[in-house]
Design a protein around this ligand. Sequence first.
Ligand SMILES: NC(=O)c1ccc[n+]([C@@H]2O[C@H](COP(=O)([O-])OP(=O)(O)OC[C@H]3O[C@@H](n4cnc5c(N)ncnc54)[C@H](O)[C@@H]3O)[C@@H](O)[C@H]2O)c1
Length: 347
Amino acid sequence: MRILVTGGCGFIGSAVVRLAIARGHEIINLDALTYAGRPENVASVADSPLYRFEHADLRDRPALDRIIAAHAPDAIMHLAAESHVDRSIDGPLDFVETNVTGTCNLLEAARTHWQAQGRPDSFRFHHISTDEVYGSLGATGLFTEDTPYDPRSPYSASKAASDHLVRAWHETYGLPVVLTNCSNNYGPFQFPEKLIPKVILNGLAGRPIPVYGRGENVRDWLYVEDHAEALLLALEKGQVGRSYNIGGHNERRNIDLVHTICDLLDDRRPRAAGPHRDLVEFVADRPGHDARYAIDPARIQRELDWQPSVSVEEGLARTLDWFLNNDEWWHPLLAEGGVETRVGLGG
Ligand SMILES: NC(=O)c1ccc[n+]([C@@H]2O[C@H](COP(=O)([O-])OP(=O)(O)OC[C@H]3O[C@@H](n4cnc5c(N)ncnc54)[C@H](O)[C@@H]3O)[C@@H](O)[C@H]2O)c1
């Protein structure tokens, strides 16, 4: 299949690009190379004859039309987005422009191409989204595909808006779409502003490890390569117009997750000054911090026969080892705002 992937230089997009090329798909990677888009993330496949790169911004509709017409993809996997909740608190408009207007531009460019091709049933627009659109859970319950949307941050509101647009383009114009909503991802190449890489890198440097509030917030964690597998499956076998929740029944309180990473660090890089848990520092909570997310992945398991293959303990160990072996990747990123400095405290 010839697949146009947006955001293929980001964390999850690059995992999709690497896996799709290994499976023999032709990939056109469209990316604006924001602070989160790193060409190094796809260096292992950049020389493949199956790989092409297009430097373009979702906000530039003529560029999208030109690129889609030039490559005539069989499918679009749309991952490009502004993705960090803390940044969305400081700069919400960037999130609306890329995640909402940008998605609308891409839908229109895809519709133009699809109609020009004679509206083939086999075409797919696969929109990649998050469980954060469902809002926040109490101590019990799980998000299903029928849970009403209730986004609470500028990030999740912009993703929810983009999900609605994708469904509208299916209902109104018949564009063959598939949607997926996934829980928190972690793994190699994750930008160090996010929780797990931040804990690893602060722990390695002996710096305080910041934990928001009391660390009671619960997230449902999925290893990024399991997500990439699920995405290719949903693209190839998902039913048109349908949504699939993706998660691995791996709920952890943030503080427990941080302690697990600290223990792994003690094992691999013991600290003369004491265990890494001593570095944990509770800091002011994120404004509007959702209490709990948890995915019910029954539909994708039952209908598409998908199962995650990596437990959190194994995935965290693999992730830590990757960061230990790839300091040339993360070292230059430490100077980026939001990595060693705090953003998103609100005004
Ligand atoms: N990270 C998670 O835990 C998670 C969980 C569920 C869903 N998602 C969704 O998966 C997708 C990918 O997330 P990620 O964590 O890999 O994000 P990321 O921030 O690591 O990467 C985003 C990519 O999009 C590109 N991009 C941003 N704005 C663009 C624009 N205007 N035009 C073109 N390219 C642009 C960036 O350059 C970067 O390569 C997002 O849509 C996100 O909402 C993420």
